[in-house]
Design a protein around this ligand. Structure first.
Ligand code: FMN
Length: 265
């Protein structure tokens, strides 16, 4: 029954059962030892929340602004390549997922995503400058994991940064995204919004990412799991489950591994 599913991990389990093995393995898989794949999730789990009591949460408003668009929550859907859509039903289901996401986000974004797993490996910063010269659309650079690259991205005039290791599908042993988010937020100094993706599976993960300075988070696999398990309704359920984060989140509310180490010195 649809209402028995209570979290994203359960959707993944259903997806594993209903999808042909090759499809599931393609979606769920990661590079080589899958170290970074596991770390994306585990690094979130190692962070704890410092709950505050007697705060009025009776009317929580999670709406925010992303690149000038008002959205109902700080949650976006990641680009996932078309490889998994070789199945004809996949095409239909993905169109439905996109429609569902527009409803939830409350806007039809004109932000283009120039990302693809098959993208030209020779892509470099000059190409971003060129892109900047031919379009007035907002340009987001996805895949930033180091402060130096974040600064480079600012220099070429991008409009936002997505801290991402592309779901740990390409380079194993790159850092878990939540573990480098704060470094990049500090480097960017509020000049452009910083988004992050990788391993977001719970509303508390969104809470943690926002507390470390992300403007919004992006999800990849959870959408596909919801879609595989329950179609459009499953995608809606996944998004609703994850929206369970709260507004007015500050850095004060979370404790990272680094904080714990520093408090011992
Ligand atoms: C099946 C699949 C295909 C993907 N294809 C692309 C792609 O073509 N380009 C890209 O930048 N990221 C791609 N990604 C990565 C996602 O955009 C996103 O960064 C990642 O899924 C976020 O991590 P999560 O799945 O843990 O939420 C893909 C992810 C999956 C699961």
């Amino acid at each position: 029954m649809a209402d028995e599913v209570v979290n994203v991990n359960e959707f993944e389990e259903i997806a594993r059962r209903v999808l042909p093995k090759a499809f599931y393995d393609f979606v769920a898989g990661g590079a080589e030892d899958k170290h970074t794949l596991k770390e994306n999730v585990e690094a979130f789990r190692r962070m704890t929340i410092r709950p505050r009591v007697l705060v009025d949460v009776s009317r929580i408003n999670m709406s925010t602004t992303i690149l000038g668009y008002n959205v109902s929550s700080p949650l976006m859907l990641a680009p996932t390549s078309r490889h998994q859509l070789a199945h004809p039903e996949g095409e239909v289901a993905t169109a439905r997922a996109a429609a569902a996401s527009k409803v939830i986000m409350g806007t039809e974004s004109n932000v283009k995503a120039f990302t693809d797993e098959t993208f030209d490996a020779s892509l470099n910063w000059k190409d971003i400058s060129w892109l900047r010269s031919i379009t007035r659309l907002p340009i987001l650079v996805k895949g930033i994991l180091a402060a130096e690259d974040a600064i480079k991205a600012l220099e070429v005039g991008i409009d936002g940064i997505i801290v991402s290791n592309h779901g740990a599908r390409q380079l194993d042993y790159s850092p878990a995204t939540i573990s480098v988010l704060e470094e990049i937020v500090h480097a960017v100094k509020g000049e452009v919004p910083v988004f992050m993706d990788g391993g977001v599976r719970r509303g508390t993960d969104i809470f943690k990412a926002l507390a470390l300075g992300a403007q919004a988070v992006v999800i990849g696999r959870p959408v596909i799991y919801g879609l595989a398990a329950r179609g459009e309704g499953g995608v809606r359920m996944v998004i609703e489950m994850l929206k369970n984060a709260v507004k007015d989140i500050t850095r004060h509310y979370v404790m990272t591994e680094r904080d714990r180490l520093q408090s011992k010195i």
